[in-house]
Design a protein around this ligand. Structure first.
Ligand SMILES: NC(=O)c1ccc[n+]([C@@H]2O[C@H](COP(=O)([O-])OP(=O)(O)OC[C@H]3O[C@@H](n4cnc5c(N)ncnc54)[C@H](O)[C@@H]3O)[C@@H](O)[C@H]2O)c1
Length: 386
């Protein structure tokens, strides 16, 4: 199995709408793999494979001994009134794989709670292997994980804070490693689960958030946006409330997000948003991939030539899986402060390791990260075949 050849890729066509979907398991560890399910009109099979691959690397970078990488994807508008029905039919179609240990949760456009509700309803419950189901200690820790995800930290549920704060830790570590000081200007694409808590944390640490885009618009302000207010007033699905915009904000099309001057760019929404067609607009010296696969390979090569550093997705946004790992295996007390500290520490440690090795070897941070965290390639003996 080469990096681009996953263990399994399954395609689904909805019977009621024109939605299509895919489930990709890149690799298994102990017959188990994990990843989210995304819903967006632009999702493709190729994208789902790339995302599943990134999950395999991500579990390895978070020092997991228990989980391989997978991803689900549905090409459909997550804002459509029947989006949840489409998700339900997709999960029913994929249920033989989910029952075997392909553990899919939420991702862009899909709430984890909706996935769990549907899986409960169709009699699967939390996706897990037979061995996990039969282990009472594991069952207790699964409950600990559910409980801790609902606890709060800085006003966010742990589930909503962990990816954003982890990504903020990667950004801060890389920015300081590059010899920079406080007060850097940051532009973010995306203000959902990952983006909102990331913006809040960076604002708290003294970074100046000068631009944010969501599915509807881009807002910017050289003096810095009022992040606390934007977070407090945000709507479901990560949409900012225009009523909370100060008259001093410039409001434009979200396609103009690369036009805002900044030191650090944070894609925290969609894939391939920095690509050969727009990479020449990047003026920042650091890109922090809070989103999965936001930079295309072509753009990556150009960024390397321009000397722009990248905090790689599978390290930067590993918070959500690290929390699962440490609680399920009893490595950290299931308590918000301990979990937040552990997650930010490991992300800082892996980020520093990659930046130090890149500086030493002259390779890009992505090359180094891929070399350091290539996962073991293994399959599943009982997987249904197609
Ligand atoms: N949520 C997590 O815990 C988590 C963990 C790891 C990685 N990620 C990655 O982070 C990214 C975002 O996930 P999320 O969970 O925050 O999703 P989400 O659905 O909560 O939020 C998505 C955000 O993107 C915005 N958006 C949609 N289309 C846009 C456009 N064209 N321009 C600008 N913004 C747009 C939405 O308005 C929303 O603010 C994805 O790549 C996901 O894979 C998320």
């Amino acid at each position: 199995m080469s990096e681009n050849k996953p263990y399994i890729l399954v395609e689904w066509n909805d019977t009621e709408t024109d939605a299509k979907g895919w489930l990709c398991a890149y690799n298994f560890v102990n017959n188990y793999c994990g990843g989210g399910t995304r819903m967006h009109p632009t999702v493709t099979a190729e994208e789902v494979v790339r995302l599943a691959t990134a999950m395999g690397y991500k579990y390895n970078a978070c020092e997991s001994k228990t989980t391989g990488g997978c991803k689900g994807g549905i090409a459909y508008d997550y804002r459509a009134p029947d989006a949840k029905d489409v998700l339900r039919r997709y999960l029913i179609a994929m249920s033989p794989y989910i029952r075997c240990g392909v553990s899919i949760g939420g991702d862009l456009g899909v709430d984890y709670g909706d996935v769990l509700d549907i899986l409960d309803d169709i009699g699967i419950g939390l996706p897990q292997t037979e061995a996990m189901r039969n282990d009472p200690e594991q069952q207790k820790r699964i409950k600990d994980h559910d409980d801790v995800c609902k606890m709060t930290y800085d006003g966010f549920t742990m589930y909503d804070m962990i990816t954003g704060y982890g990504s903020a830790a990667a950004l801060d570590e890389a920015w300081k490693f590059k010899g920079n000081g406080n007060g850097a200007r940051v532009v973010l694409q995306g203000f959902g689960c990952a983006g909102a808590s990331l913006a809040y944390c960076l604002d708290k640490w003294g970074y100046k958030i000068v631009g944010i885009s969501d599915a509807n618009c881009l807002i910017s302000c050289e003096e810095g946006l009022d992040v606390k207010k934007l977070v407090a007033t945000r709507k479901p699905k990560g949409e900012m409330d225009p009523q909370a915009f100060d008259p001093s904000y410039a409001v434009r099309s979200n396609t103009e997000w690369l036009d805002v001057d900044c030191d650090i760019l944070v894609p925290a929404a969609l894939e391939d948003v920095i690509n050969a067609g727009n990479v020449d607009k990047v003026k920042a010296s650091l890109i922090v991939e809070a989103a999965n696969i936001p930079v295309t390979p072509q753009a990556d090569a150009i960024l390397a030539e321009k000397g722009v550093d990248v905090c790689v997705d599978f390290i930067t946004n590993m918070g959500g899986i690290r929390i699962y790992e440490v609680v399920l295996f009893g490595l950290v007390e299931p308590e918000p402060n301990a979990i937040a500290e552990d997650t930010m520490n490991i992300i800082r440690r892996q980020t520093r390791r990659v930046f130090e090795e890149a500086a030493r070897s002259g390779k890009t941070t992505r090359q180094v990260a891929r070399e350091l965290f290539a996962p073991a390639k293994s399959g599943h003996p009982d997987m249904p075949t197609i």
